[in-house]
Design a protein around this ligand. Structure first.
Ligand code: SF4
Length: 257
């Protein structure tokens, strides 16, 4: 049996077994992305173009965030190749797969993050425990990764303001104390920490294969909202759902139970 895991699958599983079941076993995806997700993915697309030395979309919040990135992040020194797919074997039948935001010329993984309500300081504290970055170090065989973190604008459109005026204000906002709003961090892990993480993922894969009961973790959705909340209590596989679509499985199924 082959189990292919990604960083988001592991995060979903650790957060709530029920959510993992809906997302990765039933393969359900919410139809409409939240505004936060849309801004985040447009920002990532812009950064991909910046790293390729191509023009990017300057429109909207994602455009202003990308302009701030271009101005305040020393990305040229990385000579990074953006969007690198990977799949590595961790042990017999257990694979780690996914996509790195970029890899520097020296082989270090680069990950771009946006943060909203959490605030940038809290986000930095959280990096010490961040699974995703450890996984990316495992994939590249490095003990260091580059993380860029940008705070989403905390200023809002005023009643008597046009969209254009607001976006101009957003640019100004990034220009004031940019060191507090967009950061480049070097995150390190020791060899032992990475080996521990490798063992943890292998254990998790075994646990997932044998799990029969995907119970809820109500504490998880008390902290952050869950996109599966509307079907969490009354999901029935044979009933057509509104607001969700069934993902097509490609290649090897990520988990078989
Ligand atoms: S609503 Fe809460 S309990 Fe239900 S799937 Fe989401 S996180 Fe889990």
């Amino acid at each position: 049996m082959i189990t292919e895991l990604s960083a988001t699958m592991i995060s979903s599983y650790k957060r709530c077994y029920r959510r993992f079941y809906l997302e990765y076993i039933e393969d359900l995806k919410p139809v409409a992305g939240s505004e936060a997700l849309t801004v985040g993915s447009s920002y990532h697309e812009n950064l991909e173009n910046i790293l390729k030395g191509q023009e990017f979309n300057h429109d909207g919040l994602a455009g202003k965030m990308a302009e701030a990135f271009q101005k305040y992040v020393d990305y040229k020194s990385w000579q990074a190749a953006p969007e690198q797919d990977f799949k590595i074997r961790l042990s017999r039948g257990v694979y780690l797969k996914g996509r790195l935001d970029a890899v520097t010329q020296d082989g270090f993984p680069v990950e771009h993050k946006t943060t909203g309500s959490m605030g940038i300081e809290k986000y930095i504290d959280h990096l010490a425990y961040d699974d995703q970055i450890s996984l990316y170090m495992l994939v590249t065989g490095k003990e260091r990764a580059i993380y860029t973190v940008i705070q989403k604008p905390t200023i809002r459109l005023k009643k008597d303001e046009t969209e254009e005026e607001y976006l101009e204000r957003v640019s100004q906002w990034y220009n004031e104390e940019p060191e507090r709003k967009i950061l480049t961090l070097n995150v390190v892990r020791t060899k032992n920490e990475l080996e521990e993480k490798r063992q943890e993922i292998i254990e998790l894969a075994k646990e997932m294969r044998h799990r029969r009961l995907f119970y809820r973790n109500p504490n998880a959705c008390m902290i952050t909202s869950c996109p599966y909340a509307s079907i969490c209590l009354n999901y029935e596989p044979d009933i057509q759902l509104t607001g969700f679509y069934k993902k097509e499985r490609t290649e090897i199924e990520p988990c078989k139970f």
